[in-house]
Ligand binder design. Structure first.
Ligand code: PLP
Length: 390
């Protein structure tokens, strides 16, 4: 991955003026720092959606080869972003579907334990809690006093052979904490436990390299850091694991031979050997056409550059927190990410001031969550510091 510390020599800076003019022309209207909730659609994506929907209005302009070609391109681009292969990518409509389908597909038995960090986003908790109905023990590991996943304790629990799976977000939604994925990867490989990662708060804002840092499953929606339409997402399943997982629900193209639309009633009960066995076709093609445009932009900008850019953007806020003594609710350094959370005194009042100044961010778990992206500027962050200071 990923859990690389911020790079020492930052890559070439992003030309934010050009990026804003070409892809985010509304950025002078407001300071949008809410990508951890909803990433905006770049202009190229909005245009791709419009163009696709125009063809959709007249379906004779949309041959099957274009529909399936769109999905093939999505799998290819996602694989490129993750250093995976397209065969390991199943397209989904959100993060929850990927996590839910995998929680049910893992070959877990009564008495097996699944370890989940407490205070995870619920999409990565409910699918696991439901396994209790099948006699599986689900351990919610309390966070540290700072509210971060207690990685030392999770690693310790992995020494217990009953622990068969660990589920964790790569980046925590409420404080931006980025787990030490290489350490979790190594420990789960050593113990033969499954590592399932909710990566929606990470992919697009930092490098994620699954060749270097193997995980078993990684689920992600496109709607935040990938600047993609609602309804686009994916789940990565490690090549060697795919054939071990029997999906609890299957679409009609999850089986071998189903690409041949002229012979649909030649039923074949052999599941596909690749991750498409997890796909629930029909998918929202237009949203994947949009996601392809957005992934093109993310790859063009480069995730290393985006990561370095976000670090630069944090500087004025960190300086303000230092000056004012406001509590930071996010880690800095190697466990930090693009999400920066602040808990000044009178946090509700500070949040209202930001809102009145047309600075869009979120209040999460008692802290102001700032989540800038590639198109934000240092000037904007200085403005945030000024408003907070006032
Ligand atoms: C860590 C995490 N997982 C999942 C989600 C959303 O899941 P879905 O894509 O299923 O809506 C969020 C959204 O806020 C999140 O922060």
């Amino acid at each position: 991955m990923t859990a690389e510390p911020w790079r020492v020599t930052p890559p070439a800076p992003i030309d934010t003026d050009a990026l804003r003019a070409a892809e985010f022309p509304w950025t002078s209207e407001t300071v949008y720092l809410n990508n951890a909730s909803i990433g905006p659609l770049p202009e190229r994506t909005r245009l791709a959606l419009d163009a696709f929907n125009q063809r959709r209005a007249t379906p004779f302009r949309l041959p099957d080869r274009d529909l399936f070609g769109t999905l093939n391109e999505s799998r290819r681009l996602v694989a490129e972003l993750l250093s995976a292969t397209p065969e390991e990518i199943a397209l989904t409509v959100n993060t929850s579907f990927g996590l839910g389908v995998v929680a049910r597909a893992l070959p877990l038995r009564p008495g097996d334990h699944v370890v989940v960090s407490d205070r995870e986003f619920p999409a990565n908790v409910y699918p696991w809690l439901r396994l209790r109905e099948s006699g599986i023990e689900v351990e919610l590991i309390p966070t540290t006093v700072e509210g971060w996943p207690d990685e030392a304790r999770i690693l310790k629990r992995l020494e217990d052979p009953r622990v068969r799976a660990v589920a964790v977000s790569l980046v925590q939604f409420s404080n931006g904490y980025c787990v030490d994925l290489p350490a979790l990867s190594a420990a789960t490989r050593r113990m033969g436990a499954y590592l399932v990662v909710d990566a929606i708060q990470a992919v697009g804002q930092m490098p994620v390299d699954l060749r270097r840092t193997p995980v078993d499953v990684l689920a992600c929606g496109g709607q935040k850091w990938l600047l993609s339409p609602w309804g686009s997402g994916f789940v990565y399943v490690r090549r060697g694991l795919i054939s071990e997982l029997s999906p609890p629900v299957t679409g009609w193209m999850a089986f071998e031979g189903t690409d041949d639309l002229t012979r649909l009633t030649t039923y074949n009960d052999t599941l596909r050997g690749d991750a498409r066995r997890f796909e629930l076709i029909t998918l929202p093609y237009q949203d994947f056409a949009g996601m392809n445009a957005s992934l093109g932009l993310i790859l063009e900008l480069g995730v290393e550059r985006i990561q370095a850019h976000l670090q630069r953007l944090h500087a004025p806020i960190l300086a303000w927190a230092e000056r004012s003594g406001a509590r930071l609710a996010s880690p800095t350094g190697s466990r930090g990410s693009g999400i920066l959370c602040l808990a000044p005194d009178e946090v509700g009042e500070a949040f209202r001031r930001l809102k009145a100044a047309r600075i869009i961010c979120s209040l999460r778990e008692g802290a102001i969550r700032l989540s800038p992206h590639a198109y934000n500027t240092v000037d904007e962050m200085e403005r945030v510091a000024t408003v907070l200071g006032g």
